[in-house]
Design a protein around this ligand. Structure first.
Ligand code: ADP
Length: 190
């Protein structure tokens, strides 16, 4: 199986590029942000629990996230591989993911990390906020908080995969097509 972690700060283009990756490589998409938003719109207990963290731009507690991803992986059959988008976001989540995948005998093949400067990220998120309806996209303080949370809690996840020789860094500036070409070139070496 081709299991990939798609990594990058909020607004880096993970959602957009995931769609291209899924289409080309026929992978199963696991976006924790999308899963939480689905729970939120369906009014589940999990959604209610996650909402207060999401609205402030803070991370949902690890055990909640890990449980949700574990369920999703175990419900999936006949997959060519998983693309993890917005997950793992802490080292504890990365370690837990390794345990889950080890049980299935199918490890992470590589991490694709998108790089975009803060200024561009803020511009993109504010622009998305005009149409996304996402509370966390519409308030400049919450946007800054998400970028800070990324730097403090999520960046160490990159070291975790780098130590395993799995890190592939991609420049996230350019057209969607240009960036996808860089990503596909990296994936084809995995
Ligand atoms: P973005 O990449 O724009 O920040 P996401 O859709 O990935 O957006 O995530 C939205 C919010 O959902 C996050 O700010 C966080 O509150 C919550 N969330 C998503 N994935 C995780 C995760 N793996 N761990 C903890 N919280 C998460």
């Amino acid at each position: 199986m081709l299991n990939i972690v798609l990594f990058g700060p909020p607004g880096a283009g993970k959602g957009t590029q995931s769609e291209n990756i899924i289409q080309k490589y026929q992978l199963t998409h696991i976006s924790t942000g999308d899963l939480f938003r689905k729970h939120l719109s369906e009014g589940t207990e999990l959604g209610k629990l996650a909402q207060k963290y999401m609205n402030e731009g803070n991370l949902v507690p690890d055990d909640v996230v890990i449980g949700m991803v574990d369920d999703k992986i175990n419900q999936t059959t006949n997959s060519k591989g998983f693309i993890f988008d917005g997950f793992p976001r802490t080292v504890a989540q990365a370690e837990a993911l390794d345990v889950v995948l080890e049980k299935k005998g199918t490890p992470i093949k590589g991490m694709i990390a998108l790089f975009v400067e803060d200024e561009e990220l803020i511009k993109r998120i504010e622009h998305r906020g005009k149409t996304s309806g996402r509370a966390d996209d519409q308030d400049i303080e919450k946007i800054h908080n998400r970028i800070n949370v990324y730097k403090n809690e999520t960046l160490p996840v990159m070291d975790y995969y780098q130590k395993q020789g799995k890190l592939h860094e991609i420049r996230g500036l350019g057209t969607v097509e240009e960036i996808f070409e860089r990503i596909a070139t990296a994936i084809d070496t995995l």
